[in-house]
Design a binder for this molecule. Structure first.
Ligand code: N01
Length: 551
């Protein structure tokens, strides 16, 4: 199949190329087909799923509840699909994404095992030329990057890595047949979401598990459980209303609010604060951070939530010295992605689990039989790199994207990503970024944000075609204003105070810029809709024949 396609005539022309067959790419294909466009999707993996295709590590599951982390565009789809658990596991989500691909007959326009390497805008023809690692070269009027926010895995360069004689894996690129750690001494490097989900599962298999922690992280219990059929019936009976509320919300999913959610934390009594945090800890999930109105904006308020989680860690972890090592002190709770776990802290009570602090005694090298920190050597059969991603810009930077005057996107973004609405970048006509930097994306329910960007992009393309316009392109002025706005809103919060991947802080040399838009899904959506209703305000539209800027 791959060879045949690779031999297909050069310069085949499409209306649109979509890069990536994850949740965003699949829906984009479906919508563009609905406009009658010819579309080719390129996907590096050998099947659909994107994030959920690659991240197969033990314990992987979504931290947004399954009834919300699902497409809303088809009522038939949402009525017929039954999620089994409150938080869906990676295999179940992957089954769902495959079901969607089959149900909407999407595969026939997807070319798998093909990585897009180059995308160049040709000013003479107003078309994108796209090249792949299989040697294909095609062109299209529109190019949509559905490349994912967390798809470029980061493996730190430790001295001696290539001499390691055991097995090593990155959580974001996990073997499809799974990994059996039975009888093994395993090292997990990292304590982010991926590590926090996989550590309890690996600990139950391995002979001994060493967790190499550089920075402790906040985690709250998931309280995952089988979904109650009665609850599911109720949700399905009012799904449209629930989805609409999610679209208008701050985070793109419904977080239980109550009378205190609009109150600053320190205006509540200590007893009320404790009760509120307790109720949300007992319910599980992200709700803790919606307890009071100012947890993201006031350090003092945030400290009260952080102190609550610290107390919980001390309560759960038997060894006081280990508990102290697990307490996050370097960032306000929520300013790095809050982790949602099952038995994470309790796992440190197992005899076969050791927490190693690599902040005070860093890893110095990987050895043939394990690794060595400044203080000790650890013999390991397997190493798991739960070390994260070059987030939001990494997948785009891997493609040689060139716009007007040969400007390279990666070079334009050398000082940090610059977009208008997180969808477009000046100088790159007809290039759409699904959940790009400068949009709510990773701070929201990705499903809600993906659907919004795909719908907006579809409407935009329809608008251009109806008016026979050749190109749409963000103006530099609107881009500058948007970037300023994204930064100003971020500065009103505690987010930029943390050395997070939102800030690019996890990638050596990456500029420290707060990348996602923190203004909230609902208000962002309204702004995008207004811009479209005003004839794509802030964009330059070029007529097909006369090369005149329409507005
Ligand atoms: O990656 P991370 P992740 N030496 O970047 C450490 C989503 N997600 O894959 O904090 C030693 O969060 C690093 O330490 P530090 C979710 O949005 C969702 O876990 O940089 N350590 C950190 O502890 C999430 O936020 C779900 O000091 C090194 C860890 O590795 C995002 O994906 C599940 C190191 C990386 O943590 C990324 O999560 C999983 C080095 N050189 C992921 N380099 C759910 O839906 C890095 N580290 C539940």
């Amino acid at each position: 199949m791959r060879d045949e396609r690779a031999r297909s005539p050069e310069n085949r022309q499409f209306d649109a190329i979509v890069v990536g067959a994850g949740v965003a790419g699949l829906y984009m294909l479906h919508r563009l087909r609905g406009l009658g466009l010819s579309v080719r999707v390129y996907e590096a993996g050998d099947n659909v799923g994107g994030t959920w295709y690659w991240n197969r590590y033990p314990g992987a599951r979504c931290d947004v509840e399954s009834i919300d982390y699902s497409y809303s565009f088809s009522d038939d789809l949402q009525q017929e699909w039954d999620w089994s658990e409150r938080y869906a596991s990676q295999p179940e989500i992957l089954r769902y994404v495959n079901h969607v691909a089959d149900r909407f007959d999407l595969r026939r326009d997807i070319q798998f095992e093909t990585r897009v390497t180059v995308a160049i805008f040709d000013e003479a023809t107003n078309r994108w030329t796209v090249e792949t690692d299989t040697g294909e070269r095609v062109s299209a009027t529109f190019c949509v990057m559905a490349t994912g926010c967390l798809s470029s895995a980061q493996v730190p360069r430790f001295t001696g890595h290539d001499r390691f004689e055991g097995n090593w894996h990155h959580t974001g690129n996990w073997p499809h047949d799974g990994v059996d750690f039975t009888g093994q001494r395993v090292g997990v490097i990292g304590t982010g979401s991926s590590a926090i989900q996989s550590i309890p599962v690996i600990a139950r298999q391995a002979t001994h598990l060493y967790v190499f922690q550089r920075t402790p992280n906040f985690s709250v219990p998931a309280r995952n459980a089988a979904l109650d059929p009665e609850h599911v019936r109720n949700v399905k009976a009012s799904y449209a209303e629930r989805r609409q509320k999610a679209r208008e919300s701050r985070s793109g999913f419904l977080v239980p609010l109550n009378q205190n959610s609009e109150t600053p934390a320190l205006e509540a009594t200590p007893e009320t604060r404790q009760q509120e945090y307790e109720a949300r800890w007992a319910r599980g999930g992200f709700g803790l951070l919606a307890s009071f109105s100012d947890l993201y904006s006031s350090k003092e308020a945030n400290d009260s939530a952080a102190a609550y989680v610290h107390a919980k860690i001390r309560e759960i972890v038997d060894d006081p010295a280990v508990a102290e090592r697990l307490l996050p002190h370097d960032h306000p709770v929520g300013t790095k992605r809050l982790c949602v776990d099952t038995d994470y802290y309790a796992t440190y009570n197992r005899d076969n689990v050791t927490l190693v602090d690599i902040r005070t005694a860093p890893i110095e090298e990987i050895t043939p039989d394990g690794l060595r920190t400044r203080d000790a050597a650890y013999e390991l059969d397997s190493i798991v790199f739960a070390t994260g991603f070059d987030a939001m810009t990494g997948a785009l930077a891997r493609i040689d994207i060139r716009g007007r005057d040969g400007v390279v996107l990666k070079e334009k973004w050398a000082g940090g990503p610059r977009t208008y609405l997180g969808i477009a970048s000046a100088g790159f006509p007809n290039l759409f970024l699904i959940t790009g930097p400068g949009s709510p994306s990773v701070l929201s329910n990705m499903m809600t944000s993906i659907e919004q960007h795909v719908d907006w992009t579809t409407d935009c393309i329809e608008y251009l075609r109806e008016r026979r316009l050749a190109t749409i392109e963000a103006t530099l002025g609107s881009e500058d204003e948007w970037v300023d706005h994204v930064n100003e809103v971020a500065e009103t919060t505690l987010y930029p105070t943390a050395g997070s991947w939102y800030m690019g802080a996890n990638v050596p040399g990456k500029p420290r810029i707060f990348m996602p838009y923190v203004g909230g899904v609902g208000s962002y959506r309204t702004r995008c809709a207004e811009i479209a209703a005003n004839g794509y305000e802030g964009f330059a539209l070029l007529a097909a024949d006369c090369n005149a800027i329409q507005k």
